[in-house]
Design a protein around this ligand. Structure first.
Ligand SMILES: CC(C)(COP(=O)(O)OP(=O)(O)OC[C@H]1O[C@@H](n2cnc3c(N)ncnc32)[C@H](O)[C@@H]1OP(=O)(O)O)[C@@H](O)C(=O)NCCC(=O)NCCS
Length: 180
């Protein structure tokens, strides 16, 4: 049985104090490319190339999220990122066989996470991906392609299972028909 409870991010300051190291918060607030209002960074969050991480308002990045922002990471307003998620903007180049991979350099691509996206626990978001506004990424998904707005996407690689907008329209229509 599913039971709905209210998400207790009504007092972000309290939440921030309870769940994050004050030092971590102060560090990323000044080192990130931009850092909005009411950003909650939970314990264990690790960001490389923080100057290329741009965070909007009312964002929660939870425990042990790992972000390599070398190619640029843009996180919109109201985004929730589940624990142990990895956001990585770089690949090692491995075209040649005559030199080791570690000497072939890197290729970077930006990642864009639009407003009001929820990324579940343990996801991996790969370079060059754009996750459309209002989307939900199920726990454990590996996002390799762009996700259209309001999608629910799950799996490895992540595929779109449904669209929140269509579901909501259907619910509204059903209410209309029944006269509510
Ligand atoms: C994706 C999610 C939001 C559920 O969405 P939903 O539309 O309510 O989906 P349902 O629970 O009705 O499941 C629908 C189908 O998707 C499958 N599914 C659900 N979550 C999945 C996931 N993360 N990966 C793969 N398949 C998943 C279900 O098994 C089900 O498959 P079936 O129809 O073959 O039985 C949820 O399962 C999820 O992953 N939540 C993340 C929880 C989390 O990480 N919380 C940490 C706090 S940030």
């Amino acid at each position: 049985m599913k039971t709905a409870v209210t998400l207790a991010i009504t007092d972000p300051v309290k939440l921030v104090r309870a769940l994050q190291s004050e030092a971590l918060y102060r560090h990323y607030r000044v080192t990130c490319g931009s850092f909005g209002q009411n950003v909650a960074l939970w314990k264990g969050v690790k960001v490389y190339n923080a100057d290329k991480l741009f965070i909007g308002n009312d964002v929660a990045i939870t425990e042990d999220v790992w972000i390599n922002a070398q190619g640029g990471v843009y996180i919109g307003d109201g985004v929730l990122i589940g624990p142990r998620t990895i956001i990585v903007t770089m690949n090692h180049i491995f075209d040649r066989l005559d030199i080791p991979i570690r000497e072939q350099g890197l290729e970077v691509q930006p990642i864009v996470i639009e407003d009001d996206v929820w990324i579940g626990a343990g996801c991996i978001i790969l370079p060059g991906v754009q996750i459309g506004r209002g989307s939900v990424i199920g726990a454990g998904a590996v996002v390799t392609h762009d996700i259209p707005p309001y999608s629910v996407a799950t799996g490895v690689p992540a595929t779109v299972q449904g669209n929140r907008r269509e579901k909501s329209e259907m619910a509204n229509t059903a209410c209309g028909r029944s006269g509510f």
